[in-house]
Write a new protein. Structure first.
Length: 275
């Protein structure tokens, strides 16, 4: 069953990566990458469908294998995404790009493994939801504001990181819903950060540095969910010197890989340079 889970998770990562590459290609090629305009682009919608299939396969994999095996497979999407994006741009990914992506994947995988599994049924009060949304929105807004004053590669990464923070908030709210907390105010709150994150992510993709944007998203989303889970849901964080050192080393690898990717990934060929 574990082999089946790994296969499903890897296949899900491939679909997720292909969908992200398709959406970035369309967002970069749009004169004004608004959601309304992108919804009229068939390939962008196809990318969304591919992402949905990838997400479904990842959830299905969790039925056949433990979280500690399935979750690290998700970081493989970065290794799949770069060749997909390069193919759409009519080129091959360079060895430096793939090397930087591998460093990020190893670092992020180690961070995922060092986090203890979820325990207990999570619950979030109305006050907790307000704190979660306010904290995520403030962090995302700060990242977006800083991104406006940075070069294109950094702008893509920071904007995608802002989207990742909001997606992490969405994942935290969704986790509470999954465990039966179906209060109306909670149900209504879930789409808010998700929709804003979608808009921000397309803005990040439109800048043209797909590898940096996708890597930043892959890092910010799960880390935000872990932090919010610890602060608001009482979920465990890594303890002990060994876990702390592993987490620190993994974080350093992830940061180093992202910086290297920003320096090596070329601008998407179809991007509008006046952005």
């Amino acid at each position: 069953m574990t082999v089946l889970a790994v296969g499903l998770a890897l296949l899900g990562s491939l679909f997720f990566a292909l969908g992200a590459a398709l959406q970035q290609h369309e967002a970069a090629g749009a004169e004004r990458p608004t959601i309304g305009r992108l919804f009229r682009r068939p390939r962008w919608l196809l990318g969304g469908l591919s992402i949905g299939i990838g997400t479904g396969l990842h959830v299905l994999a969790l039925r056949y294998g433990p979280l500690t095996v399935v979750q690290p497979m998700g970081v493989a999407s970065l290794l799949f995404a770069l060749p997909c994006a390069a193919a759409l741009g009519g080129r091959r990914p360079t060895s430096r790009e793939l090397g930087a992506a591998t460093v990020i994947a190893v670092g992020l995988g180690a961070l995922v493994l060092v986090v203890p599994p979820h325990t207990g049924d999570p619950h979030l009060s109305a006050t907790g939801v307000v704190v979660l949304l306010a904290g995520a929105a403030t962090t995302a807004l700060a990242l977006w504001a800083v991104s406006l004053r940075t070069p294109p590669a950094a702008r893509a990464g920071l904007t995608a990181m802002a989207a990742g923070v909001l997606y992490g908030a969405t994942a935290t709210l969704t986790r509470v819903l999954v465990y039966g907390n179906w209060d109306l105010w909670l149900v209504l709150a879930v789409p808010l950060p998700c929709l804003v994150a979608l808009v921000m992510l397309q803005r990040a993709y439109a800048v043209g540095h797909f590898g940096v944007a996708f890597a930043a998203l892959q890092v910010a989303d799960p880390l935000t969910a872990v932090v919010l889970g610890a602060l608001l849901l009482g979920e465990p964080l890594p303890t002990g010197a060994a876990s702390a050192l592993t987490a620190l080393a993994a974080a350093c690898l992830t940061v180093a890989g992202t910086v290297a990717l920003a320096r090596t990934t070329p601008l998407s060929p179809n991007v509008h340079l006046d952005r």
